[in-house]
Design a protein around this ligand. Structure first.
Ligand code: 13P
Ligand code: SF4
Length: 360
């Protein structure tokens, strides 16, 4: 995109803002040289990640990190990063980190003109729903999700016809179209509470079949579901985990509820990504295996070198589209801007807000 196009886009985006402070004007790409000054100014950040990022890689990362942090200030931008982002993003440029629920809650409070969402597209869309007047950017709009692409708004309308009167709880890992057809959203950390909030015998909990099965083990409510799966968590098997346990005496296995039931059965604890992190911090196991996306163990290992993480590495290809160079491009060029069709935005926002407000 040329500079002229950026200016035109920025004017459109900021047309309704009460004060244009110049934060939306184009800027030049900063220098990416690893100078003594860059080394000095980023040394405290390297301290945070030195156990998980080799020293030889730092001279490549540090200039991006410094440029991103400078530009964030200049543009009054805030970076929200999911727990699956890589350590240099999670520990060195993010302002707020967390699971899907925490990111949605923090998006509401974000005191910034621009939100850069380091995560996948449905997370950025959720931030936009909750911040219609802010500019929301995702460094690569192709960052999708196998759960989000497993179901459409039309599918939800058909489910409503088939199960009239049954409340529809939709995982946040869905498009705004799907959220707009739902009564309320949920995340892996509040799904049981959300399902029970209706006081009904039966609830549709879509689209993650395995999350729905896990919720069904935690409540008396009858749960109807859909056949969506997370392509990262569905790959784990009980046999694989039992083999790790046998080879690593004392190993604690900590699973995400997007895993198949046979995997959850062999785990010592099951919870959302932040629930898993909390479990490790509270219990400080000598050896732990996190049955989830691979970067999360690296992010905790940076803070807790005393825990030995056994790391079968299943990566989310969508989360991994977000990199330091793309975050910098995003802030320089103000791209990729996330928009939500106004015809669905209000109804989708209501479903997300009902969830965010459930306990407040
Ligand atoms: P949580 O962080 O909400 O547990 O979700 C995990 C996930 O797969 C997000 O894509
Ligand atoms: Fe979607 Fe799974 Fe990737 Fe999360 S880890 S974004 S649920 S594909």
């Amino acid at each position: 995109m040329s500079q002229g196009q950026i200016a035109a886009k920025s004017e459109t985006t900021t047309a309704n803002r009460s004060s244009d402070t110049g934060r939306f004007w184009p800027v030049a790409m900063p220098s990416l040289e690893y100078t003594d000054a860059v080394a000095r100014e980023t040394a405290h950040l390297y301290e945070r990640v030195k156990d998980v990022i080799p020293a030889i890689e730092w001279p490549v990362m540090a200039p991006y990190i410094k440029a991103i942090n400078d530009l964030k200030e200049q543009r009054n931008a805030v970076i929200l990063a999911h727990n699956y982002q890589t350590p240099e993003i999670f520990h060195c440029v993010a302002d707020i980190v967390g699971d899907s629920l925490q990111l949605a809650q923090e998006a509401v409070k974000a005191d910034a003109d621009i939100i850069v969402q380091c995560g996948v597209h449905f997370m950025a869309e959720t931030s936009k729903l909750l911040n219609p007047d802010k500019m929301v950017l995702i460094p690569d709009e192709r960052a999708g999700c196998s759960l989000a692409s497993s179901i459409t708004g039309a599918d939800v309308r058909l489910l409503r016809e088939r199960y009239p009167g049954v409340p529809v709880v939709t995982y946040v890992n869905t498009s705004a179209d799907v959220k707009a057809e739902s009564d309320i959203c949920c995340t892996s950390s509040n799904a049981v509470e959300v399902v029970e909030s209706f006081g009904k015998d039966t609830v549709l909990c879509i689209p993650d079949e395995y999350l729905a099965k896990y919720v069904a083990t935690q409540t008396d409510v009858k749960i109807l579901s859909w056949k969506g799966h997370c392509e990262v968590h569905e790959r784990f098997t009980a046999d694989e985990l039992n083999a790790y346990r046998e080879a690593n005496p004392g190993l604690e296995i900590i699973a995400h509820p997007e895993c198949p039931p046979e995997v959850i059965d062999v785990a010592d604890f099951t919870g959302s990504t932040s629930g898993m992190i909390g479990y490790v911090k509270d219990n400080k196991p000598a050896k732990a295996l996190l049955v989830t996306e691979c970067s999360m163990a690296s992010n905790i290992a940076a803070e807790m070198p005393e825990v030995d993480f056994v790391q079968p590495c299943n990566l989310c290809p969508h989360m991994k589209r977000i990199t330091l160079p793309k975050i910098l491009d995003s802030l320089v060029e103000l791209k990729d801007e996330v928009t939500v069709d106004p015809l669905v935005a209000d109804r989708a926002r209501e479903a997300v807000e009902r969830m965010v407000n459930l306990r407040s």
